[in-house]
Design a protein around this ligand. Structure first.
Ligand code: GDP
Ligand code: MG
Length: 318
């Protein structure tokens, strides 16, 4: 559709076909996507966003499915974005194989979409944020972002949420160590899923101990909850805790300051992205290659070359 106004209107009405189209435009880094977001931006900001992360196989998708069902039972609507940075971009096809939630996909109050790796410019966090905006403007009460792993890309993605849930499973001693390194700072709530398995209480205890030893203010220590996503046990309690976390932040002003921090990150991230894109269009690979030869032969240095390149970018060079 050429007319952005018309397009926005359909999005605001919650037309799923157009929501899907908009997200495809975002994934394709189409200029129209930016125009669309600009025109919808004033209607964004109402959805509460929940980020869910954890290692592959922890049961995140199962848990998210249960969470969505619970949200629906409360008569609220929910958009869901599943991000897998390790899988190639497939235009939403991976979802069908990964989770089967027919009762959810046919529900008008639920929208589900998966996203894979973006181009070399690393725009996955940007694409996720923008897709959240589309769902937000469409009027979904909640937007859940599920992402795999604990790398920087995933951290960037999940940090765009109002509340971040980190999912662990019993018997992942090493995983707890990794958690320590990477994700402690970003978790607002911890979940030990597969509580039906041996060792779940032990894992929960270890997590609590780790939290106590970290530098959280006592009143800000993230809760550790047990869930069994297969049976749905613990899901309503999890949702209640998420809500309470968001409510408290709304009251204390932390919700607002957190969103402002995210905006700061976002504008820097977009700028970063645009600069990378600009560099890519201005300097071709062969030029780099010829410079590598010169540097290798000690005819010049990496610093001299980058200075030269920088001058070209600023249109000062020949
Ligand atoms: N026993 C048990 N299995 C679970 C639970 N939650 C998920 N699973 C199973 O764990 C596997 C991975 O689940 P999935 O939701 O795809 O994990 P994800 O990779 O974290 O999204 C699947 O076979 C699920 O059926 C649980 O609470 N208990
Ligand atoms: Mg999953």
């Amino acid at each position: 559709m050429n007319n952005i106004q018309e397009f926005s209107k359909e999005i605001k009405k919650g037309n799923k076909r157009f929501i899907a189209k908009a997200i495809t435009l975002i994934e394709n880094e189409d200029k129209q996507a930016t125009e669309l977001i600009n025109s919808l931006y004033e209607f964004c900001g109402n959805a509460k966003t929940i980020g869910i992360t954890g290692p592959p196989g922890a049961g995140k998708s199962t848990l998210v499915g249960e969470l969505v069902k619970h949200i629906r039972s409360l008569d609220k609507t929910c958009g869901l974005i599943l991000v897998d940075p390790s899988s190639p971009f497939t235009g939403g096809a991976i979802l069908g194989d990964r989770i089967r939630m027919p009762e959810l996909t046919n529900d008008s109050g639920v929208f589900i979409r998966s996203m894979g790796t973006r181009g070399s410019l690393g725009g996955l966090a940007k694409a996720t944020r923008d897709s959240v905006k589309i769902l937000d403007a469409s009027g979904y009460d909640y937007v859940i972002i599920e992402t795999v792993g604990i790398g920087q890309a995933e951290t960037d993605i999940v940090q765009t949420a109002d509340a971040v849930v980190v999912v662990s499973v019993p018997g992942l001693g090493d995983h707890i160590q990794t958690l320590k390194a990477g994700i402690m700072e970003i978790a607002d709530l911890f979940v030990v899923n597969k509580a039906d398995k041996d060792g779940a209480p032990k894992t929960a205890r270890e997590l609590r101990l780790m939290i106590e030893m970290s530098n959280y203010a006592v009143e800000e220590r993230p809760p550790v909850l047990l869930t069994d996503a297969l049976s749905g046990t613990g899901i309503p309690e999890l949702f209640t805790k998420i809500e309470a976390f968001i409510e408290n932040n709304l009251k204390s002003g932390k919700f607002e300051s957190r969103r402002k921090e995210q905006l700061l990150f976002e504008i820097q991230d977009i700028l970063d992205y645009n600069v990378k894109k600009y560099i890519k269009t201005k300097i071709d690979k062969d030029f780099y290659k010829s410079k590598v030869e010169e540097i290798f032969n000690r005819e010049t240095t990496p610093y001299v070359v980058t200075e030269e390149l920088f001058n070209i970018l600023l249109n000062k060079g020949e």
